[in-house]
Design a protein around this ligand. Sequence first.
Ligand SMILES: *Cc1c(COP(=O)(O)O)cnc(C)c1O
Length: 485
Amino acid sequence: MRNQQATKLLFELSRPGCEATVLPECDVPARPIGELLPAEAVADAPLPLPEVTEPDVVRHFVNLSGKNMSVDTNFYPLGSCTMKYNPKRNERLSSLPAWADLHPYQPEASLQGMLEMLWHCQEMLSEIAGLPAVSLQPAAGAHGELTALFTAAAYFRDHDPGRKKVLIPDQAHGTNPASAAAAGLTAVEVKSNSAGLVDLDDLRAKLDETTAVFMITNPNTLGVFDPQIGQITKLVHEAGGLIYLDGANMNAILGVTRPGDFGANMMHFNPHKTFSTPHGGGGPGAGPIAVCERLAPYLPTPIVVREGDGFRLDFNRPKSIGRVRSFFGNVGVLVRMYCYLRTHGAEGLRRVSENAVLNANYLLARVKHFLPVPQGDRCMHEFVATSSKLKAEKHISTMDIAKRLLDFGFHAPTVYFPLIVPEAMMIEPTETESKATLDAFAEALFRITEESHDLLAEAPHTTTISRPDEVLAARQPRLAWSPEA
Ligand SMILES: *Cc1c(COP(=O)(O)O)cnc(C)c1O
């Protein structure tokens, strides 16, 4: 049964005279607002704010919060995006007044605990990356890509200004070419071979004296660790280029191998993927980067440095590309990441990856019998199934399956990515899920593949909205109340 009850906007709930607060009688002489504020600061008419009671407000937002799926309410096997459970202790710790009440304009001497925490974050990420220098400033993975490419561009301006080309495999995340373009570099696509790995001949053909960077996601977006990585880094380095490692898939290799050890010169981390900080929904995030010695002088300012027993912000970095984010980055997110890293420790982080890979292989082994997995029988932390056979035989698309999963209480996997697999369904269970959850998901997926086209074409049947026009919703979102609507 579809939940027909639409949620009204607060403006639609508004009734004149309702209010949520009762202020005490004013006990000082009242003065008109115009006497207290300059004329340009005073509105011509009162704002048309909703007039509602406190229970109206609470119910409105609590009901709204329940309309979304989240990793706290449902299994969320979104490939590439690593939707692992966010431990609640990290929320509790990050909201302690010792962190939450700090102000970035406080003198450094009174921020020593926070600076020490950030310094440890730099050190731990450097160790995990196998790269010596870290900036915590970028506010998302994509922002980390952009920042690292800025450092590479600045490095080449100093050393080899003709290098402006960024080579990117055809299965890469869309942010890779976007970051290259935003950094003023030119993105050039490198093909994948039939096994879904980098086509070395195509890479060789495109490497030349204008190549600045080769960006690679490894494990790649098919969930396969590219075993040619040694050859790839050798080729790129011999051609004078640098290797960028897109760290979105670090959840598969923590403590097992290090990007710096397999040839990467720079990388980003996605704390909201790998280190269990909340996915921001557009809110504050973090995308720290780690770089090699050559690029270190170009990192954003400031960096936290240790001096004797104390810590300070180093602004004296003449080659730095400057700031990419105000203050110290999104510290609240970094505190959660710090808690996660310290909770697990080195041994625990390796177990995270081992269990993520185990869970993904278990699910792959169950799913491949009814949804083919073109890459084969083994994967890292995620795998890509395809429903192209179902599409040909029963006109059931990946979108139909994804929509129908919502009726079974599961968030859909990533669909139609990577682009090189038709009717792709990219499944990543993460290490935080139990065998029972994986079994229930595999069974739901199997049942759906047996269902009729008519049932699936109208799915989901149990959500408030079924199949919105996604383009219209993105282009003309109705976010605010207006009298005409
Ligand atoms: C998520 C992702 C990104 C972008 O990271 P954000 O933190 O979402 O900006 C880049 N590359 C890959 C492969 C990803 O999965």
